[in-house]
Write a protein that binds this ligand. Structure first.
Ligand SMILES: [Zn+2]
Length: 346
């Protein structure tokens, strides 16, 4: 058992003086690679992922012990978040002794108190597959690893137990979520693939419930190189029109029937750069403050237009999002109100 004891739970006295990279911050353009962004996104959204498990606890977790540790982790989140830059990325090669414990290199290490920093081994969050492609640790795996580490903050020393707890919460978030990948296939050898995915998850709160406040759908776009949180912009741009001219606060919203439109368009801009436009559409229900106006329905459609350009990254061509060109259209489904077009989405 002793070997497992030291896999990733450490006393803080061990965690001193490495030359670590800074973590935390905004998930868009924070300078980190895709895996680091996935970790930060998972970290910033732990409460949301835990709420999904919490609402269906008997489906998500089995044993009393699992539920007990999960409750401790969930209830301590606000305390954990008080630590600035709690997630730290560190090169295992540059700090060989830091992650090398009992003859094994570890993915993550942390202390045994709430709020202790969690150090992620940069060397292990990118793997090269058999075709030589570099694969970044995804959000779900990051969620499982962070849950495991936070379990150590509650004096749980059993790493296998925490692996299982993290895996169950990860799996449950996948069951409750939707992964919408733009399915692109070309038989040309010279064509570079587009790697465009939206991962979404939704709460089970229905419009009649008083808890229908804020986003009830969480969305993140991945272009294969960066992830982009879509909620920040949606929270800011969606509003309930009372009439053509007036705006009203949107109390909450939920997306449904999401899909990529099957075709993309290609055009050349004035500088001769080829751009591709991909379109994502969804129905959206908005919970509006005024229930007494003359518009009985709050159903809209939103359309997101994403522009991708080819860029060279490490001597290879990739299609990557040009965030500043993203457009959002909000179209009333039944109301006779005009649609809104936002050209500055990010
Ligand atoms: Zn562990």
């Amino acid at each position: 058992m002793k070997i497992f004891f030291l896999i990733c739970g450490l006393h803080l006295s061990f965690l001193s003086a490495p030359t670590w990279a800074t973590g935390g911050g905004s998930i868009v353009g924070n300078g980190g690679g895709l895996a680091e962004q996935n970790f930060i996104y998972a970290y910033n959204n732990l409460a949301h992922f835990y709420d999904l498990c919490w609402a269906h606890e008997n489906e998500c977790l089995n044993s009393t012990e699992e539920k007990k540790i999960f409750h401790l982790i969930r209830d301590s989140l606000s305390q954990e978040y008080k630590t600035t830059h709690q997630i730290q990325f560190l090169s295992g090669q540059k700090n060989p002794s830091f992650f090398f414990i009992d003859g094994q290199i570890r993915t993550a290490v942390t202390g045994d108190h709430v709020g202790d920093p969690i150090f992620i081994n940069l060397d292990l969050i990118y793997q090269t597959n058999s075709r030589g492609e570099v694969i970044a640790t995804d959000i779900g795996t990051a969620l499982a690893i962070l849950t495991h580490e936070m379990g150590h903050h509650h004096q749980m020393k059993d790493h296998l137990f925490l692996d299982l707890l993290g895996a169950k919460i990860h799996t449950f978030s996948l069951i409750k979520g939707e992964t919408l990948k733009y399915d692109y296939f070309s038989n040309s050898l010279f064509e570079t693939n587009t790697d465009l995915t939206i991962f979404a998850s939704h709460s089970d709160i229905t419009p009649g419930e008083t808890d229908f406040r804020g986003p009830q759908s969480w969305l993140v776009l991945n272009d294969g190189h960066q992830i982009y949180d879509l909620n920040t912009s949606l929270n800011h741009l969606l509003y309930c029109p009372i009439s053509n001219e007036k705006k009203d606060e949107t109390l909450g919203y939920r997306l449904y029937q999401m899909q990529w439109r099957p075709t993309f368009t290609e055009k050349t801009d004035i500088n001769g750069k080829i751009q591709r436009e991909y379109t994502f559409q969804s129905s959206i229900y908005m919970n509006c403050q005024s229930s007494t106006d003359n518009y009985p329905t709050n159903d809209y459609q939103i359309i997101l237009h994403f522009i991708l350009e080819q860029r060279t990254i490490s001597k290879n061509w990739f299609w990557t999002l040009t965030p500043e060109l993203t457009r959002l259209e909000v179209i009333p489904k039944l109301r006779d109100t005009k649609k809104n077009i936002f050209t500055h989405f990010f």
